[in-house]
Write a protein that binds this ligand. Structure first.
Ligand code: UTP
Length: 296
């Protein structure tokens, strides 16, 4: 589907402190989940939805990400010369019709600040944000960005945010949607986003799911957003100000097949790896059998 939004910003500069020591010299976005590093799933999802210009907001210790998306002619030639042509398929992603750009977030002042680092590159275009540490769905199913861009265009929205229904005992971990109404449970205008509410205070169970579409005016809100939790510039705070200013911000619900895998902490990283391993087309069955043997 052709759409007007072609540019995606992928923040990958975070320190990943919750995954130390794994993330001391390895970017969290390069952690393996099944056969690929996390950020490759993110790039493939964006490519599927027609986003061709990708700007990574990177930081120290993150050069492995740039290397991963480079064309490695030496490796390609080596595989050809040693009769391992079959493996070339695994490197097909290198040839995708995508343009890669990189800029550094020189101080890790939070997600909102990371997005602000994209301002001069983005200019006056609308753009997408996809967090580099979050996969949506097993087996390359997610097309949420396509639906979000459609809503963005049809509603002439200022921002569109992906949401996933979470159990009540998890609402305190996320930004939670306060929809104007849920006449359409899949597309709704937001009256607010409540950051990490208690179950009693939560206006819904719809948690922010790491994908956004923005008009460039988001930068004006980020610039005046004061550092919040952990002294970081929080994206949610800027979105709250947009809504308070009467801007049109919509939510789009992810489908169950687009379930979010957040790689930011050990519990969700381990769960993601397990789910991808048991879904592997070649080894899934074997792994399931092995798990049955050691989980009594
Ligand atoms: P997180 O909120 O998980 O933060 O980032 P973090 O700093 O990476 O991890 P912890 O809290 O120290 O464990 C969500 C996404 O935003 C990016 C991260 O790289 C990740 O993809 N991010 C976060 C930045 O690009 N810059 C920042 O300053 C913070």
């Amino acid at each position: 589907m052709a759409n007007s939004v072609k540019l995606a910003v992928i923040p990958v500069a975070g320190k990943g402190t919750r995954l130390i020591p794994l993330t001391k010299s390895l970017p969290k976005e390069m952690l393996p989940v099944g056969r690929k590093p996390v950020v490759q799933y993110v790039v493939e999802e964006l490519n599927r939805c027609g986003l061709q210009k990708l700007l990574f907001i990177t930081g120290p210790t993150k050069t492995a990400i740039e290397n991963h998306f480079d064309l490695d002619m030496e490796l390609i030639n080596h595989l050809r010369q040693t009769g391992k042509e079959k493996l070339l398929m695994e490197l097909a992603y290198e040839k995708a019709d995508l343009q890669y750009f990189y800029t550094r977030q020189r101080r890790q002042l939070g997600l909102g600040h990371a997005i602000l680092c994209a301002e001069s590159f983005v200019g006056k275009e609308p753009f997408v944000v996809a967090l580099g540490d979050t996969i949506l769905g097993v087996n390359a199913k997610a097309r949420i960005m396509e639906r979000m861009i459609q809503v963005f265009e049809e509603k002439e929205a200022d921002a569109v945010i992906a949401f996933e229904e979470v159990p009540e005992d998890e609402v305190h971990r996320y930004g939670i949607a306060s929809p104007v109404d849920l006449t359409d449970p899949n597309v709704f205008q937001l009256a607010n986003i409540v950051e990490k509410p208690s179950p009693a205070e939560a206006p819904s169970h719809l948690a922010v799911a790491s994908r956004y579409v923005f008009q460039p005016e988001i930068f004006e809100y980020l610039k005046v957003t004061k550092p919040g939790k952990n002294d970081e510039i929080q994206l949610t705070d800027a979105i709250q100000s947009m809504i308070a200013d009467g801007k049109k911000v919509y939510g789009v619900r992810v489908t169950p097949e687009e379930h979010r895998f957040d790689i930011g902490n050990f519990e969700s990283y381990f769960s993601a790896f397990l789910e991808f391993a048991v879904s592997d087309p070649d080894y899934g069955e074997v792994i399931r059998e092995k798990i049955k043997k050691f989980v009594k």
